[in-house]
Design a protein around this ligand. Structure first.
Ligand SMILES: Cc1cc2nc3c(=O)[nH]c(=O)nc-3n(C[C@H](O)[C@H](O)[C@H](O)COP(=O)(O)O)c2cc1C
Length: 169
């Protein structure tokens, strides 16, 4: 494993593929105390003149506690061979299981944040803005019926991509 820093604006990234189809782990904390969960909804783009991501987290996620108490979070992207590991991290809570032990993923320190030895790319993101979705803000109420029967509205976390790393393996 050897991560080298890259310019995110020069990476050939299709967010619909990278986020929506390949999924990713969103993590917060340090290598020794962190939590990660799988996400397949999210955004990459530009806001306030900064290269940003947005991750949307439901209130009951253990990962939310880590994102809330840390200044940074990370996005880690993997090749398809790790889809089962991501499936596991997206269907079990860190409150109940040790996801690293169960998946074989290996956390690594990246700029004081957590990435994974097996990841293809890790984005280190500085939290900038946090906003809870509210039912009265939906202009298409069918989204509420479909996605929020438990009223567990997502919280959107905007983060500036302060560093990006690719794994040369
Ligand atoms: C493909 C996939 C995508 C997911 N995307 C999200 C998401 O964007 N936001 C969210 O809150 N949960 C999402 N989840 C669910 C969490 O990953 C799941 O509830 C996880 O067990 C939470 O773990 P934690 O309690 O350790 O944080 C997704 C799950 C899967 C399998």
């Amino acid at each position: 494993m050897s991560f080298t820093q890259t310019d995110i604006t020069k990476e050939n990234l299709n967010p619909f593929e990278t986020i929506g189809n390949k999924w990713f782990l969103v993590s917060a904390g340090t290598k020794d105390s962190f939590n990660s969960m799988t996400a397949s909804w999210g955004f990459m783009g530009v806001m306030w003149g900064k290269n940003c991501v947005i991750t949307t987290i439901r209130p009951q996620r253990y990962t939310k506690e880590f994102i809330d108490k840390n200044e940074y979070f990370t996005f880690s992207f993997f090749s398809d061979e790790y889809k089962d590991a991501l499936r596991f991290c997206g269907s079990h809570s860190g409150r109940d299981v040790d996801k690293m032990e169960c998946t074989g993923l290996t956390p690594v320190d990246i700029c004081g944040q957590v990435g994974f030895e097996q990841a293809e790319m890790v984005l280190v993101c500085k939290k900038l803005y946090v906003q809870e979705m509210k039912p009265q803000c939906f202009t298409d109420s069918s989204l509420i019926d479909k996605n929020y029967p438990q009223e567990d509205y997502h919280i959107a976390y905007y983060g500036e991509i302060v560093k990006a790393f690719v794994n040369n393996k």
